[in-house]
Design a protein around this ligand. Sequence first.
Ligand SMILES: *Cc1c(COP(=O)(O)O)cnc(C)c1O
Length: 423
Amino acid sequence: MSNAEWFERAQRVIPGGVDSPVRSFRSVGGTPYTVVSGKGAYVTDIEGTTYIDYVQSYGASLLGHAHDDVIAAIKRQAELGTTFGAPTPGEVQLAELMVERVPGLEQVRLVSSGTEAVMSAVRVARGATGRDKIVKFDGCYHGHSDALLVAGGSGVAQLGLPGSAGVTAGAVGDTITAPYNEVPTLDETIAAVVVEPVAANMNLVAPRENFLRDLRAECDRVGALLIFDEVITGFRLTPGGAEPFFSVTPDLYCFGKVIGGGLPVGAFGGSRAVMSHLAPLGPVYQAGTLSGNPLATAAGTTVLSRVTPADYDRLTASVQRLAVGMRDAISSSGIYCATPTQGSLLGLYLSRDEFVAPTSIVEATPLCDNGMYRDFFHAMLRRGIALAPGSYEIIFVSLAHSDADIDRTIEAAGEAAQEVFGS
Ligand SMILES: *Cc1c(COP(=O)(O)O)cnc(C)c1O
């Protein structure tokens, strides 16, 4: 069956044919490729076409797809059982690895998604402070829980939705939004400020020099907790995530993506004092039947115990080379292109007019919505390079991407830009 036939079939039984909206190709047009397998840097679709994959499950894959050690760990655990509803060694091992690497992290609780992680971190912050209000930044995405689905980036931005239907005014009544990169003036009603240390759901928007440090100081001034949503930056930006990168320590951390090694996991954590507000120690309730799932912790533990600081250096070097190479290759077609990076994170902006790299969603939106990405995306796909099907996403490079893959991608970017933008 072809991609078109599978997507037809999917649309009959799954709304829009997808289980997460950004996969639908709505914002780039056309029909999604249905993936049947992946190995390392590559994915192969139902028609047998293989792509160099820069989606990498939106950052969930750090070692690349189907890494041999991860497969072995999952198999080993599957033989032993996949879920028990009792404590398991795997969750302890994953938590230990996380706590070891992230300087200010003393305790974590595992959940099953990034959405759950942030939702639960907010609840702990409210429980710990006895305050109701939270602040989030425009264009930051923190999952799809009601209170945080305001001015979100990613799929929400692409669909042009103000937030979402079905989210009541009451549910977002305690959520205050502020422009990214501007430190809001807080007061004693604020339980927490939640931020992506590097905004990676409105394309890539780097924090201004001292933005996070000043935000930390403002939180301290009024006794609000600072929550780093590290679902993307965690264990990807550096071995210890954003905290060592920016030398700013939050009160609560949220993780997802990388820590599951390709299986569904999230986690939130902080100091022992803050986390002691959680049940069964404290009054903040939070739970999950599949939380700390043995298969997922086996995969996540394998990834975290396998990556070395040298791997992060190598990943960052690949990303930097791809960034410069793509920018130069695309620019030679006569358009303007920016490929901002923060360590191993990479964005891509295209424009016919000169511009400076965006510092907020207000600046990112006209660039992401100028229609150029969709043409570039398809021209890349035709050349066997799979970027995310949306201009608000970033480019995810894995440790499996070789120098040759990066070179091929740069070459394809030059050809693709020439084809769709060259005169
Ligand atoms: C992906 C993402 C989430 C949500 O994680 P899910 O596992 O999709 O629920 C939350 N925050 C950030 C920064 C993300 O990128």
